[in-house]
Ligand binder design. Structure first.
Ligand code: 4AZ
Length: 848
C-alpha cells in the first residue's frame, strides 16, 4: 500500500520527461554535422590512430575485467577450520597437561603447534593458506594432542586443501636434515573439517568445563543453572571428560530436556574424542526422553567430549549427567558351551562402545543343532543405506544384521555357530541381548509350532488370524473354523473382523461384502447414503460421518442434530470430531478451548519391545485409587486439576465396607510402579467427593461411571497430565485401535501388576458384541478387545482409562474399564462405559 503514491510520483516525473526535452530542444544549439568528404581527406594516418586507441581501450578493459574477476571471484578467500589430533611418540604424559593454563601445557602446546605448522609448511596445498593453529587439549597415549587449525584459502584452491587435509599420507612429519632428531616425533595426524561457528566459540571459555573421573566415584555435571533456570541461548558449551590411563568412560544422562528436535534446534553431541569431529560422534540428542530410556554411553578410550549447541530462542531445563571410569575391556566375546546360555553386546543395555569387535564361538553338545535368538536388537546407526550394514553390524554365517529388529532367530545345521559383532568409530546403540539354545533337528520346537524362520511360538497361535511368525508361516495352510472367515487369499480371520473397516485379510476381502454401492458412501455406522449427500451440510448418516473430513469444508452453521458438534455460541458445525484438533472450526473458537489435555510430556519412549510394561510418564492421566489397608483397588483418569473419572462399581458397598466413603480412598498420580509410591514425582491426594451416576445399575452395570473430586488440586508435570474428554458427538469408529492401561490382574484370577500395564485393543461392532455377550449391552457400554483372546483388561483395571489417539496425536478418553465375562477369553471382549453417552452427565457434575 505504501508503495502507491511513490510509484505514482515516479510515473508523473517520467511522463513529464518528453515535455522537458521539448523545452530543452528549444534552447540548444547543435554543432554542424561532420562532413564525410573532409574525413576522407584526412587520410589513413587518422584511421591508424583511431584503431590503436580502440585496441588499447579494449585491452585495458579486458585486463581490468580479469583483475576484477580474479580478486572479486576467483581469489575470494574461504574461511575453513579443521579439528584434529595427533600422537606424540617421544613424550610422556603429565597430569599437568589436563590443565590448559599450566606452564607444562603451554610449553608442550608450543612445541606441538610448531611441529604442526612445520608439517603444513611442507605441503604446497596447505602451507600458503594456513592462518592459525591452537592446541586445545592433551590425553594419554603416549601423548595425544587435540588441535584446531584455521585457513584462508581462495575458492579455487579449497578442494585441493580439503584433499590434502583428508589425506593421512600428506600430514606426515618430513625428515629435516638440519634437525637430526626432531624434538617431537609425531604420527597419526588426522584432521576433519568443522563448522567454523563451533570451532570459533571454543575460544570463549565461559561454558567450557574439564572434568576428570575420580577412582571409585561418580562425577555429576549439569547444564548451567540446571534445574532452576534454563540453559543459555546462543551458547556453545563443552565438557571434556577424562579418566585414568587404561580406563574407559561410562556417561549417563539422568535427565535430559532440550528443545524439541528440528533441523536447527538445540542439541547435545557426545564424541569419543576430545575433538568435536563427526567421525567420532557417538550420539546427537535433542527433545526429551522418558526417564527409563537408556542414555548411557561408553567410550573406547579414556576421553569423551560432550557439547551443547543452542539457538537464539527457547527456555528448556537442560540435562543432568554423571560419569565414572571403568577398566578397559580386555576381551570381547569368547567361547560359550553347554545346552543353552545368554550373551549380550558389551555393557548392554548401555550403548556399546565404538570401535569394538567381539566374536562368540558357540558350541552345544554334538548331535544337537544350535540356534541363536535375539530378544532385543538395536544396532542402528544414522546414514546407513537401507539395504546394507556398512557400519555397525552382527554377522552370522556370512550374513550381516543391523538396524532395529524385533525378536529373530538364526539357526545352524550343526552344533556350532559363530556370532561376530562390529562397531565402527561413530554412533553407537544399545546393542543386543541374545540366547543360544541347542535343539533336535527333527523337533526344533518341542511342544510348540516352528515358524519357517526357526522361531517357536505357542501352538494356540497357529491359524488364529494373527501373524505371529514374521513370515506369516503360522497362518498358512489353515482350515478355517466355524468362527472364522475365509479370506479370498486363503487366510482365516475371526468372523468379527469382517466389516469392521479394517483390511484384516490383506486383500480387503473381509470388507468387500459390506461395502455400499459404487456411487454411495459408507457411514461409520454402516449405513449407505448416496455420494451426493456427502458433505452437503446435513447429517445424512445419523452419526455425522458424512459431514466429517470434507476437504475445504467451510464450517458454516448447519441444523443441530444429535451428532453435530455444537459450538459455545449454540451454532452447530458439520465437521466430525473438531475438538482440540488444532483447527479453528467454530467462529467463536470454542472447539479449541480447554485443550491443555491428552498430550504426553515425553516424546521418546523407552524401547521395551514385546512387553506390556508402561514407561514412566507414558500415561500421565492414569490414577491409582487405594483404599486404606487394601492397597490398589481401582483405576481412574485425571480430567482436570481436581477431577477424576472412574467407574461407579468401584464405590459399591461390599462385605460391609462402604466404598462410597471418600475418606477411605487415596489417589496416586504420576505413578508407574506401585512399589515406588513415595517417588519424587508421585502426587498423593485425599478425596473430597465421590459422585456415582444416579442411574448406575449394580446388576447390569449400566451407567457405570463416577466422578471423583480431589481434596486439593494436583500440579501438572511431566508425569501428571489430564486426558481430553470427548464431546458427546465424538465418533470412535468400529475397528479403531485403543489403549487400555491399569495395574489389574495379568491373568484371570491372578494378582495385580506392580508396573502399570498397557494393551492395544480394538473397538468392536456393537451388534456383533451384543450377540457375543448374550444381549447384555446397553447404549452406555461398548466392547473393546481382541476376539482371539489374550489381551484384555481384568480385575483391578476397573475405573481406568480406555484412550484413543486422535489424528492430531492428542489422546481422548473413549471409555472406562467396567466389566467382562472373565478376562482375555476368546470371543469375550471387555466392556467399557461409553464416554460419549455419559459426557453430558460429567459436564453437569464437574462443569468440565
Ligand atoms: C473387574 O473385575 C473386571 N475383562 C474388569 C474388566 C474386565 C473383567 C473384570 C474385562 O474389575
Amino acid at each position: 500500500m505504501e508503495r502507491g503514491p511513490a510509484a505514482a510520483g515516479a510515473g508523473m516525473r517520467y511522463s513529464a520527461q518528453p515535455q522537458d526535452m521539448n523545452n530543452l530542444e528549444e534552447g540548444v544549439e547543435f554543432l554542424p554535422a561532420m562532413n564525410s568528404k573532409k574525413m576522407e581527406k584526412r587520410g589513413p594516418k587518422r584511421r591508424v590512430v583511431v584503431t590503436v586507441v580502440v585496441i588499447v581501450f579494449l585491452l585495458i578493459s579486458l585486463v581490468t575485467g580479469l583483475l576484477v574477476w580474479h580478486f572479486k571471484y576467483r581469489n575470494v578467500p574461504v574461511h575453513k577450520v579443521f579439528n584434529g589430533h595427533l600422537r606424540v611418540l617421544n613424550w610422556d604424559f603429565l597430569d599437568a597437561y589436563e590443565n590448559s593454563s599450566s606452564p607444562d601445557f603451554i610449553m608442550l602446546a608450543k612445541k606441538v603447534k610448531s611441529t604442526v605448522e612445520e608439517i603444513y609448511r611442507n605441503h604446497a596445498d596447505i602451507g600458503p593458506y594456513h592462518k592459525e593453529t591452537a592446541i586445545t587439549a592433551f590425553s594419554e597415549g603416549s601423548v595425544i594432542a587435540y588441535y584446531w587449525s584455521e585457513f584462508h584459502v581462495p575458492k579455487y584452491r579449497e578442494e585441493s586443501l580439503d584433499r590434502a587435509m583428508a589425506d593421512k599420507q600428506s600430514l606426515v612429519q618430513r625428515w629435516n636434515p638440519r634437525l637430526r632428531n626432531p624434538l617431537l616425533k609425531v604420527e597419526s595426524v588426522v584432521a576433519f573439517p568443522v563448522d567454523p561457528s563451533i570451532a570459533y566459540s571454543a575460544r570463549d571459555k565461559s561454558c567450557v568445563f574439564a572434568l576428570h573421573a575420580k577412582e571409585g566415584e561418580i562425577t555429576t555435571f549439569t547444564t548451567p543453572g540446571f534445574p532452576n533456570s534454563p540453559y543459555p541461548n546462543n551458547a556453545l558449551c563443552y565438557w571434556a571428560l577424562r579418566a585414568d590411563a587404561n580406563s574407559v568412560i561410562s556417561l549417563t544422562f539422568k535427565t535430559l530436556e532440550l528443545e524439541q528436535c528440528t533441523d536447527d534446534s538445540d542439541y547435545i553431541k557426545v564424541y569419543n574424542s576430545l575433538s568435536p569431529v563427526e567421525p567420532h560422534a557417538l550420539v546427537r540428542l535433542c527433545g526429551n526422553y522418558a526417564p527409563s530410556y537408556n542414555l548411557t554411553f561408553l567410550s573406547s578410550q579414556n576421553v569423551m567430549l560432550v557439547t551443547l549447541v543452542t539457538n537464539k530462542e527457547g527456555r528448556f531445563p537442560g540435562f543432568k549427567a554423571e560419569f565414572f571410569q571403568l577398566p578397559k575391556m580386555k576381551v570381547c566375546g569368547g567361547t560359550l558351551k553347554g545346552e543353552s546360555g545368554t550373551f549380550t553386546t558389551p555393557y548392554y543395555p548401555a550403548h556399546y562402545p565404538p570401535a569394538t569387535d567381539c566374536v562368540w564361538n558357540i558350541e552345544v553338545p554334538s548331535k544337537k543343532n544350535v540356534k541363536v535368538r535375539f530378544n532385543m536388537f538395536f544396532v542402528l546407526e544414522p546414514g546407513v543405506p537401507v539395504s546394507s550394514c556398512t557400519k555397525d553390524y552382527v554377522q552370522i554365517n556370512g550374513t550381516k544384521y543391523c538396524r532395529e529388529r524385533s525378536q529373530f532367530v538364526v539357526a545352524s545345521t550343526n552344533n556350532k555357530i559363530e556370532v561376530r559383532f562390529h562397531s565402527d568409530q561413530s554412533y553407537t546403540d544399545t546393542g543386543f541381548s541374545a540366547e543360544y539354545l541347542s535343539y533336535d533337528s527333527s523337533d526344533p520346537c518341542p511342544g510348540k509350532f516352528t515358524c519357517n524362520t526357526g522361531r517357536c511360538i505357542d501352538r494356540s497361535m497357529r491359524c488364529d488370524g494373527w501373524l505371529d511368525c514374521v513370515d506369516g508361516s503360522d497362518e498358512r495352510s489353515c482350515t478355517c473354523t466355524d468362527q472364522q472367515f475365509r479370506c479370498q487369499n486363503g487366510w482365516c480371520k475371526p468372523k468379527f473382523w469382517v466389516c469392521d473397516n479394517v483390511n484384516d485379510c490383506g486383500d480387503n476381502s473381509d470388507e468387500l461384502q459390506c461395502s455400499c454401492a459404487a456411487d454411495s458412501f459408507k457411514c461409520n455406522n454402516g449405513k449407505c447414503i448416496p455420494d451426493t449427500r456427502k458433505c452437503d451440510g446435513k447429517d445424512d448418516c445419523g452419526d455425522g460421518s458424512d459431514e466429517g473430513s470434507c476437504s475445504n469444508a467451510v464450517h458454516t452453521a448447519v441444523p443441530c442434530k444429535e451428532h453435530t458438534y455444537k459450538c459455545r455460541s449454540g451454532r452447530c458445525i458439520s465437521k466430525q470430531n473438531p475438538e482440540c484438533d488444532g483447527e479453528r472450526d467454530c467462529e467463536d473458537n470454542s472447539d479449541e478451548e480447554n485443550c491443555n489435555c491428552g498430550i504426553r510430556s515425553y516424546v521418546r519412549k523407552s524401547r521395551i519391545v514385546g512387553g506390556q510394561n508402561s514407561d514412566v510418564g507414558e500415561w500421565p492421566w492414569q490414577v491409582s485409587l487405594h483404599v486404606k489397608g487394601q492397597g490398589h483397588i481401582c483405576g481412574a483418569s485425571l480430567v482436570s486439576e481436581s477431577w477424576l473419572v472412574s467407574a461407579a462399581h468401584c464405590f459399591l458397598q461390599l462385605q460391609g465396607i462402604r466404598y462410597s466413603d471418600p475418606s477411605l480412598w487415596t489417589a496416586y498420580l504420576g505413578l508407574t510402579n506401585q512399589g515406588n509410591r513415595n517417588g519424587a514425582n508421585v502426587q498423593t491426594r485425599k478425596i473430597k467427593r465421590i459422585i456415582s451416576h444416579p442411574f448406575f445399575n449394580d446388576y447390569t452395570y449400566d451407567y457405570d461411571i463416577a466422578v471423583v473430586e480431589l481434596q486439593s488440586p494436583v500440579t501438572f508435570s511431566s508425569v501428571v497430565q489430564p486426558i481430553c474428554l470427548p464431546d458427546a458427538t465424538h465418533s470412535f469408529p468400529v475397528g479403531k485401535d485403543l489403549w487400555v492401561t491399569g495395574w489389574g490382574a495379568t491373568v484371570e484370577g491372578g494378582s495385580g501388576a506392580s508396573i502399570l500395564q498397557k494393551a492395544e485393543i480394538r473397538l468392536i461392532n456393537q451388534t456383533v458384541c451384543n450377540e457375543l455377550l448374550t444381549d447384555q449391552l446397553t447404549p452406555r457400554m461398548m466392547c473393546v478387545g481382541i476376539l482371539t483372546g489374550g489381551v484384555d483388561a481384568c480385575q483391578g483395571d476397573s475405573g481406568g482409562p480406555l484412550v484413543s489417539v486422535e489424528p492430531s496425536n492428542r489422546m481422548f478418553l473413549a471409555g472406562v474399564v467396567s466389566w467382562g465375562d472373565g478376562c482375555a477369553q476368546r470371543n469375550k471382549p471387555g466392556v467399557y462405559s461409553r464416554l460419549t453417552s455419559l459426557r453430558d452427565w460429567i459436564k453437569e457434575q464437574t462443569g468440565l
